[in-house]
Design a protein around this ligand. Sequence first.
Ligand code: ANZ
Length: 873
Amino acid sequence: MQHDYDPRGIETAAQAFWDEHQSFKAVEDPAREKFYCLAMFPYPSGRLHMGHVRNYTIGDVIARYQRMQGKNVLQPMGWDAFGLPAENAAIKNGIPPSQWTRSNVAYMKGQLRSLGFGYDWDRELATCDPDYYRWEQWLFTRLMAKGLAYRATAVVNWDPIDQTVLANEQVIDGRGWRSGAPVQKREIEQWSVRITDYAQELLDALDGLTGWPEQVRTMQRNWIGRSEGVYMEFGLAGSAEVLGIYTTRPDTVMGVTYMAVAAEHPLARRAAETDPGLAAFIEECRRGGVSEAEIETMEKRGYPLGLNAIHPVTNETVPIFAANFVLMGYGTGAVMAVPAHDQRDWEFAEKYGVPKRQVIHSPDGSPCGIEACAYVEKGVLRDSGPFDGLTSAQACDAIATWLQERGKGEKRVNFRLRDWGVSRQRYWGCPIPVVRTPDGGVRPETNLPVLLPEDVVVDGSGSPLKRMPSFSELPNGEFRETDTFDTFFESSWYYARFCSSDCTTAMLDERARYWLPVDQYVGGIEHAVLHLLYARFFHKLMRDEGLVDCDEPFTRLLTQGMVVAETWYRGGADGRKEWFNPADVEVTRDDKGKMLHAVLKADGQPVLFGGIEKMSKSKNNGVDPESLIARYGADTVRLYTMFTSPPDQSLEWNDDGVEGAYRFLKRLWTLASAKAQPIGAAPAVADLAADLDGATAAARREVQAALKKSLFDYERQQYNTVVSGCMTMVNALYRLDDSPGAQAVLREGVSICLRLLAPIAPHVTHHLWQELGFGADILDAPWPAVDEAALRQDSIEYVLQVNGKLRGKVTVAADADRAAVEAAALAADCVRRYTQVGVPGTDDARCVTPQISEVRVRKVIVVPGKLVNVVVN
Ligand code: ANZ
């Protein structure tokens, strides 16, 4: 066996072995328990980053672990290949998006292979392949037929940089999620999918997703945002029309002093036709933000429509305003304003001098005035005519009933969730399979797939499809839709297509029924709402098409933590920061590790610490996985990412830690190569277990104890402590001597350690397993089990402390109770020297009379199985 650990040779050979034996090819087998493990597929941006490496290592550890439990494992990989960056790169480099994407895919595939991930590459898919996207086009035509996809003019979030519509979820703090540009409101005709039809089911089913982090379920619940309220109609003075509103506080109806409608509300628009001031106000609102956070904080502004509404209970008239804080897309786009009991309405009323009318009072007579702010609590109704004296809860019911009886309203459940607008005015996406007919109608395309032309010039001025008559012009005066799908469309069902990736006759086939649902999904928390909600929705759409038979796509979800690193910068003259890679910075620290100062290696001049941030290009604090693999090998990179923190927590990058991971694998290697011969020849430990000497039995016990803990940690997906358990084992094994018993324990210990490490560092363990003669393929080895007998101990060694200082050790029977342990500790010479006054050797021996022997023990602390601390005066 070679002497030095050479990761490169070992890893290439192991990968070749897996290829040759098709080790990760997944074949449906109803007789075996299946396990479908999936990590979120990457966007082919060009190179893998450390976040990918961590994500895919976690997935691979789980997949290999389940495989070694004997399950039939599917772990596929593919590419989320449509999207804007390809178009931007095309503009910059003058190459078609398809070419850029496919060459990135090829490169990144090589990188994934070099990490030794156990993927069934036969199932690889890229969402830009017509074989893939044709099926979502097909599903869309089915949704059209069912009325679940529809076209409507809608006010949308418009990203002026990316020149596209954004979903609400893609607007973060009023800015486009990708471009960062302030979002504008625009009215545009687009295709939407009725996710709201599934809102209740999507909400209810969250309760059953017990394998998901609570945080993600809460985020989805909030996003769906179910509220129970009342829809009611106000009359319009001088007209037969009505103004419908939605409120969650019908108990405040008697306090309404004005109405407010969104700037885009038809009523406001109509009034603007004859009022230029109002038209200008509406135009201004268009520019405002659309996010709720922004609306919450912005100045509340309005403009009177010159119209009055008629109160449904009192028949009084109240003025109607257009207001910038009313959202067109929520409820009915109109609200009844109750300035006494709603803070927004209160601020608005203060500003425009509208009266406030208090109708809710605190039930216990505590102060509830509305001079300084609205009284928003629930309470008891006053000045409320027929509803006086009712509590808010009673009034909500009574008022709903009152309105219902008069045909003026009803109880209603409202969702914050909007239908999913799926049209994007971009080129590099899946064409929406729709044809516009000369009469202004639409029909689904029957001849699928609608192929996206790939040989195009993208120059930045909108989608090239719009300038391609060969694509858009059809016979008989018809036109093809030139919008493409939101790329979340593709990523909403790829997990299912992996099951039937080569099926040419349908979107999915019976294999999907075997593999689905995904047993374990792994990915970033940033997808908690967008991707994971859409995928759950799509799953239900496919279920209702009869394509799958389960209700939810992902049984367990692991959201991995971010990879973070230090950031360093200098402020430029123009106020911009220049960021330096941590590898180029030399940091001086004091002996406690505190930073003293830092300089750029290149020029020796100081740089400033910018905090610990997610690894990113913009902060230049990334580490390139490829160079790490070249230097240390894939196993070290994998081991490091697993060892440094639990998967769901953030991982703070540390170069010394990588070095440490590498040293551990070398140490394992050295142990195995130095002892390869005796390991090969060692007797079975079972034959000798009863006769092991004390030190050998102790080493075996240590290995078994670490094994027991590691098995538990594997189950709870805490791989960092699995690795430290393996380190403990290797240390114990190094201490063994050459006796036959010790060799048997060594053999057993190495075989346990290799198997435990196999999912994490698969190459070196694969190699050593074969070299040491344990078997042909560690993947097929039985998972190690604990020998409980080895854990039993006749005696336990306790560490003895006096006032917290180590003073010696004592051995007591393993079944000794607390009193016996305490007595043994107090009787030990090394302790007695400090507890007996006047005994020679104690500090104050000189100043007391030698014949007095006085016990000075104040307290004895026993940590069972470990330590006794004796506290003395
Ligand atoms: C009157 C009222 C009085 C309200 C009061 C609140 C407190 P959730 O719980 O989120 O569903 N609202 C309704 N439609 C709106 C829109 N398009 N834009 C802005 N605000 C809108 O919120 C429902 C409440 O939000 C409704 O109840 C309405 O204000 C407001 F003391 O009606 B309320």
